[in-house]
Structures are given as C-alpha cells and as structure tokens.
Design a protein around this ligand. Structure first.
Ligand code: HAM
Length: 418
C-alpha cells in the first residue's frame, strides 16, 4: 500500500456531506452578497507569491511547494489564493469585464507546514476578494460576510477580532516606535523575533514563545500611530460593524502573517479548535494590485479554512442525505422491467439504486437498508403479470400495489414527503 502524503487527507463519505454543506452555505452567501465565482489554476509562477505574499513571510521563506518544470520555469503550488485572484483581476481586466469586482473562489492550497490538528499541507480555502472600493463600509461588509458564514453554519463560541495596521505612510513611524520600545530587550527575544526585527518588525506580535510574551505585551499598539486618514477609516469600520450588530474585539496583536496588509485586519477565532484557532482571516491590501503590475486599485478580502469550518460544525448539524428509492426484482423477466424503472426514476430527477450482483430478495432488501432507502419498489412475476409494482414506504413499512404507469409519481410523492 502506498499511503497518502503526510499532511494531506482523503475526504470520505460520512465526512464529505459536511464539506458539501459548508460549500453550499458559502456559495449561497457569496451569491447573496453579490460575489461571483472565478476559478484559477493550482500552479502559478513562483514569483507571483514571492512578490505578492511577500519575501519576508514564513510562507515564502519556508513553506512553498516549488519546483522547476521540464521547461525550466519555476512553478509553485499556490499557498494562498489572494495573489492568484489579483493576477486574474489584472490579466483579464476584470474591473471592466465584470459589473462588480467582488469575486470568490474555493479550492486546495499547499503549505509545507508541520501538520497538527487544524493545520495541513494540503488544505482548502474559501477566498473572497473585493477590488477598487475605498469606503470603510466595504471593510465592514466583508467582515459581515465572514461573520454570516460562521453564524449560518451554526458555529458558536466564536470571536471577531479586528485591528488596523496603518498604511505605507504611517507604518514606518509605528515600526520605529516598536523598535525603540524593544530597545535593550531585543536580545532577550527568541531567534525568530530577532530575525523579524530586521525583516519585518510587525511580525514580532505573531510570536507564540511563552518567555517572549511579557516583553511583547509592553510594546506599542499600531492603532495609536495611525495617521488621520487611517484613523478615520478605522473608526468608520467599527461604526458600521456596530450598526450591523456584529460583535468585535480590538486585538493589538493582530498583524497577520502576510506582507500585503494595510489598514483593517481581522480574524474570526473558534474556541473549540485548539491551537490553530483561526477559522478565517483577512484584511485590506491597498498596494498589492499595483505592486503586481495592475492599476492602482484597493483590495480587501478574507480566506476561510474549510477544514476548520467543517471541524467546528455543531454535532447536531444534520447533513440530510437525498431521499432515495431502491428497485428490487425477483426473477429474470421482472429484472428487465426493474432496470427500465430504475432509469425512468433517475431521468425523472429522483435518486434511485438497484442491486446488480446479489440476486436473492433478502440480499436486495439488505442493500436497500444499508443505502437508507426511503422507498422500495418491488417487481416480481406477479406484479409483472398485473402491470403493477409493490411500493413499500420504509418509514412505516406500509406496502401497496401501484399501477406501473403511476409508479414514478407515487415514488416522488413518498420521497418528497407528500
Ligand atoms: P491566512 O491567514 O494565511 O490568510 O489563511 C486563511 C485561513 O486559511 C486561516 O485562517 C485558516 O483557517 C486556513 N489555513 C491557513 N493555513 C492552513 C493550514 N496549513 N491548514 C489548514 N488551514 C489553514 C490567507 O491565506 C489570505 N490569502 C487571506 C486573505 C484574502 N486576505 C485578503 N484576502
């Protein structure tokens, strides 16, 4: 047996219904909020991520699945969707091609991380992006979409955390204050933090090393260094969230692990998930489109980890299977009509199954049971002679003879609960 690669998972029946449920709710919400779906390739040029996600990020430094293809090009399995969405937006001039530039996508992402509960090497994201809108109301609307997703899935014990990391104009002041506040304490921090102090000081707030925490807790907060415009923007975002009744908490440490963020950042945390507790995360990235060769357009979005949403679904979330009919036949001649009926049911839009191998009635009924059939349709020599089918409602075991011509309608009535 050749096992699956570490950090990757098969999603099997029993589990896959939960995925379909999450995907259905996500699509329905995106549609209601005015997002259209796009699908981008899983492989992209490596430079899209080194430029887009950012050279100083853990993703680019340590986690990318990159290789040289047979043509000599450097290729990367996408570790996140945002740079691909920006590339597609620019490459296809979507701002002109689409009535609104609110887009979403769902699919697998790849990061070479140390696998643990909620963290995998192949995982899946719902990714949502909006381009070209400055208004703080759109920040709040994106957070509302994220919040609605989690709420509609029935996931409780969640928390919306928000922050503002400022813009290219005001961030240098904050970074300088941060480094000044660190001062003599810098050598006391972990190796990673010392590296971050040089490459991207904000990332120090991401540190999870317990011994570093008392020092990090004393560091300044980005919201105290916002320039006038960024401060006004952030106040407006919070105001809109309050108007919509979305509960939020300000987290000074929410700087996010990617280089492109400006102004608003946010996450929704799930209390039941353990260490990997972010159900989703995102924020504004007003310089990214331009830096990837596009027009000077703002951007904001988030990505939700589908594995984490599935894990956090409430126990009682019922993923009802499609009600199904089972066609049974006793004897060779009835079997021919049973096969015909099976096809008629399917073509009428009903879910129907039949046992092809085990011929005994007992084996067929056992199969119907395993499949959870709601209706069993039996055709034997008797039924065939009379032009009837025995229809058995499996919920109450009631059985009656139905004229062959009426069987599809009678089955539909039972399956659809009329
Ligand atoms: P991110 O925080 O790197 O952001 O990932 C978003 C979500 O993907 C996380 O909150 C988590 O649920 C899930 N996730 C990330 N890594 C893993 C993993 N190894 N295993 C399982 N789940 C994982 C982004 O990817 C940004 N592109 C989000 C964004 C969109 N910002 C603006 N637009």
């Amino acid at each position: 047996m050749i096992p699956a690669i570490r950090g990757t998972h098969d999603i099997l029946p029993g589990e896959v219904e939960k995925w379909q449920h999450v995907e259905r709710v996500a699509r329905s919400l995106c549609d209601r909020f005015g997002y259209v779906e796009i699908r981008t390739p899983v492989i992209e040029r490596e430079e899209l991520f080194s430029k887009g996600t950012g050279e100083t990020t853990d993703i680019v430094q340590k986690e990318m699945y990159s290789f040289t293809d047979k043509g000599g090009d450097r290729i990367t399995l996408r570790p996140e969707a945002t740079p691909s969405m920006v590339r597609a937006y620019v490459e296809h001039s979507l701002e002109h091609a689409l009535p609104s530039t609110k887009i979403y996508s769902m699919g697998p992402m790849f990061r070479y991380e140390r696998p643990q509960k909620g963290r995998y090497r192949q995982f899946h994201q719902l990714d949502v992006e909006v381009f070209g809108l400055h208004d703080p109301a759109i920040d709040a609307e994106v957070i509302d979409l994220a919040w609605s997703l989690v709420s509609e899935l029935g996931i409780s014990e969640t928390e919306v955390v928000i922050n503002s990391v400022g813009c290219a104009d005001c961030r240098p002041k904050f970074q300088a204050a941060l480094l000044a506040a660190l001062g003599d304490d810098l050598p006391k921090l972990c190796q990673d933090c010392q590296r971050r102090a040089i490459t991207n000081p904000l990332r120090i707030y991401d540190c999870k090393v317990p011994a570093d925490q008392p020092i990090i807790d004393r560091l300044p907060h980005s919201v105290d260094y916002l320039d006038e415009k960024c401060a006004v923007h952030f106040t407006a975002v919070r105001g809109h969230l309050d108007t919509w009744g979305i509960p939020w908490r300000l987290s000074h440490r929410l700087v996010r692990g990617l280089d492109y963020y400006t102004r608003t950042t946010f996450e929704i945390l799930g209390q039941t998930l353990g260490a990997q507790n972010a159900l989703l995360g995102g924020g504004r990235y007003d310089g990214l489109v331009k830096s990837l060769g596009g027009p000077d357009r703002t951007g904001i979005g988030f990505a939700a980890g589908l594995e984490r949403l599935v894990m956090a679904l409430p126990e009682h979330a019922t993923m009802a299977a499609t009600p199904r009919a089972f066609v049974g036949a006793i004897g060779d001649e009835p079997r021919v009509d049973a096969l015909r009926l099976l096809r008629e049911l399917r073509m009428a839009g009903l879910a129907a199954s039949m046992e092809f191998e085990g011929r005994s009635l007992k084996a067929q009924m056992k199969r119907a049971d395993r499949l959870g059939a709601r209706v069993v349709l039996l055709i034997g020599a008797d039924e065939l002679a009379k032009g009837e089918v025995t229809v058995r409602d499996m919920r109450n075991s009631e059985q009656r003879a139905v004229p062959r011509a009426d069987v599809v309608a009678a089955t539909r009535a039972l399956l659809e609960g009329q």
